[in-house]
Design a protein around this ligand. Structure first.
Ligand code: NIG
Ligand code: FE
Length: 413
């Protein structure tokens, strides 16, 4: 596939640049008036229109991208898209002013989703998750992480992870699976936390490892959910099976989650709507990626994470959707990038880098995805005609994604 007359080829980070920290996020390399050649699903070459070698300009049926930009696909490193039912009944409660914790206490929340998921079949879960993923891909997402965590029993956690395995086989984008049994305590373990943790460690983890169902391990380390000590136990048990942590941290309070995540060599800490100077100090000396989820703040009405301070401190910030039925019923990365700019005061270049290369890094995919470099995978999108790159986040609520290309082929959904 040859694409010519591209107004701007966006995100040309060199192949060995695996993550962008701090001020490196300010720089989004762009080649204007460009062509790109894709062969065997990979980016083969690119250059300026003015100096296109004749063996390339002679290739048949090039796609003209006049007035349009070509972006590397969004890399959405935090989602919960396997779920049985939406939760719009909680939407009205939220509008009445009930908090996330109050809704959970009233029988909503994660346990509500778990009840419904336990009753759903693997086929039903696969069908609905596949539909969500298809919509996300059509909105420009070309790599995704998906968590379990609405099962909360051995059978149902395994059922969710098998659904993710089926999604991996069915879709041609990279998908990473994260084991999140430590999402909430099931009602029967309300007063027996250690009982549930033992179930995770002694029963779930060995079976998941045996079937190779997970790439990562996660825990919702938060007041009323999993304590620092409980999280530590679970992460250490996961490490025995080679599962690296990606942690729900500081969503509702500064909980000590960051420290326990860094101590356990987490790939990423996600959320951080709440933070304090120690949070930043802990992260400064770590390789852990800071994944921010602004559409969760938008929907729940909780504070937006302090992206500017994290970037100023030299940290590697990524952006992701958190798509789930309770706190973020949307998988639209274009909107996430807009919110990053509008609500978290990231510059368009920073937000786009955070949603591409750093998102890929938060899934350990940045050697193959997340930027336009020779030899990388050709997961890209061509925009609608746009006056500038900043127009993409500026035109919030709209998708500027026109043509999606996965592994060098146009994706029609
Ligand atoms: O990332 N915080 C924990 N998990 C999800 C919400 C889960 C739910 O409410 O169903 C989140 O926001
Ligand atoms: Fe989440």
């Amino acid at each position: 596939m040859l694409i010519t007359n591209i107004k701007g080829l966006v995100g040309l980070h060199p192949k060995d640049k695996l993550v962008l920290r701090g001020a490196q996020l300010d720089h989004l390399p762009v080649l204007e008036n460009a062509w790109i050649l894709i062969e065997d699903g990979l980016i083969k070459d690119f250059g300026e229109m003015g100096s296109m070698p004749s063996q390339i300009s002679n290739l048949p049926s090039p796609i003209s991208a006049k007035g349009r930009y070509v972006f590397p696909s969004w890399c959405d490193s935090h989602t919960h898209i396997v779920f049985a039912a939406s939760r719009e009944e909680e939407f009205a409660m939220k509008i009445q002013g009930k908090t996330y914790e109050e809704i959970a206490a009233a029988g909503g929340g994660i346990l509500n989703s778990a009840n419904k998921l336990q009753k759903a079949t693997e086929d039903e879960l696969f069908e609905s998750a596949a539909m969500r993923l298809k919509q996300m891909i059509l909105q420009g997402t070309g790599a995704v992480e998906i968590k379990s965590g609405y099962g909360l029993t051995t059978e149902s956690e395994i059922k969710m992870l098998r659904v993710i395995r089926r999604l991996k086989a069915h879709f041609s984008i990279p998908i990473k699976a994260t084991f999140l049994a430590a999402h909430a305590f099931p009602a029967e373990f309300k007063n027996d936390h250690q009982g549930y943790i033992n179930l995770i460690i002694e029963e779930m983890l060995p079976r998941i490892a045996e079937e190779k169902l997970a790439d990562y391990i996660d825990a919702f380390c938060e007041k009323g959910f999993f304590s620092v000590e409980e999280t530590d136990q679970i992460l250490k048990a996961g490490a025995k099976y080679g599962l690296k942590p990606k942690i729900h941290a500081n969503q509702l309070s500064v909980s000590g989650a960051i420290e326990v995540a860094v101590k356990n060599k987490a790939i990423s800490v996600d959320h951080l709507e709440e933070s304090d100077p120690e949070t930043i100090e802990t992260l400064r000396n770590a390789d852990t990626i800071v994944t921010l989820l602004p559409s969760c703040s938008f929907y729940l009405g909780i504070p937006f994470a302090d992206a500017k301070s994290f970037i100023k401190a030299g940290l590697p910030v990524a952006l992701a959707t958190d798509y789930n039925p309770g706190s973020t019923p949307s998988g639209n990365m274009n909107f996430v990038v807009s919110l990053g700019c509008i609500k978290m005061k990231m510059f368009p270049e920073q937000a786009i880098n955070a949603a591409t290369l750093n998102g890929a890094a938060a899934m350990e995919l940045s050697n193959s995805h997340g930027s336009i470099a020779i030899g990388k995978n050709a997961n890209l999108f061509i925009t609608k005609p746009m006056p500038s790159i900043a127009y993409l986040p500026y035109s919030f609520g709209e998708s500027q994604v026109d043509t999606v290309i996965l592994n060098g082929e146009i994706y029609h959904g």
